[in-house]
Design a protein around this ligand. Structure first.
Ligand SMILES: N[C@@H](CCC(=O)N[C@@H](CS)C(=O)NCC(=O)O)C(=O)O
Length: 232
């Protein structure tokens, strides 16, 4: 029986099954990357709903696992050197792919390309579309100065054009389906939630439209998108 008591987060979100990966998350684009990867990889896990409110992500219990107060985070009781706590979705995806030997390329060259697109998402697409959402849908929408919003609209358009070109003639961004797709596609899906599809010319990107449909048709994706379940 695994003992996770050295992780203070387990006092606030107790592990019913401490022998499996503990997932602390909310179904946002960053959060679902991990639930989708866990589903795709067939790993056993226990999801815990951590909302984005300060009472959750800024609680001492959550900060003990991720001092950066953001979901997702995991504890793997069966880590390489004993139980391992981890945050940052990109790091978690790489860790899970390495643990299983799946979804990150079959040789060093393929792994490097998967990592390249994963970094493109982590350093570019995610932060830029996240800011776009802030200025179009959330609190930033009330700001009258159009420059921040315009800046993120043009960055989003630029990044979408990069992806549209890279997907020409291929189903998945690094060739085979990989953790890079699991990182990228939920962010493309978020454009609809932000009401920003028209702003960024989504319909003018046929490769992206087909890519997102292909991603959403996967059973593991459909399941992972709703884990942890939102409160009723
Ligand atoms: N770079 C981080 C970003 C995670 C992130 O932005 N999480 C958001 C939800 S999508 C969050 O927890 N926000 C809560 C807050 O900032 O207080 C990752 O990829 O894990």
């Amino acid at each position: 029986m695994s003992d996770l008591s050295r992780f203070p987060i387990t006092a606030r979100w107790p592990a019913e099954n401490p022998g499996v990966i503990q997932l602390y998350s909310f179904p946002t684009p960053n959060g679902v990357k991990v639930s989708i990867a866990l589903e795709e990889l067939g790993l056993a896990y226990e999801p815990h709903l951590v909302t984005l409110s300060d009472t959750d992500v800024k609680s001492p219990a959550f900060l003990s696992l991720n001092p950066n107060n953001k979901i997702p985070a995991i504890i793997d009781p069966d880590g390489p050197e004993g139980p391992l706590g981890l945050f940052e979705s990109g790091a978690i995806l790489l860790y899970l792919a390495e643990k299983t030997g799946k979804l990150a390329g079959r040789n060093a060259a393929e792994k490097a390309v998967v990592t390249q697109w994963l970094m493109f998402q982590m350093g570019g697409l995610g932060p830029m579309l996240g800011q776009l959402g802030f200025f179009v849908k959330f609190a930033g929408a009330a700001i009258e100065d159009p420059r921040p919003r315009d800046r993120y609209v043009s960055e989003a358009r630029r990044l979408l054009a990069v992806l549209e070109g890279a997907l020409e003639g291929r189903d998945w961004i690094a060739g085979e389906y990989s953790i890079a797709d699991i990182a990228i596609a939920p962010w493309l899906r978020a454009l609809d939630f932000y009401g920003a599809r028209e702003l960024v010319g989504w319909a003018d990107h046929p490769n992206l439209v087909a890519y997102l449909d292909r991603f959403l048709a996967r059973p593991a994706v459909q399941k992972g998108l709703n884990i942890p379940a939102r409160p009723a």
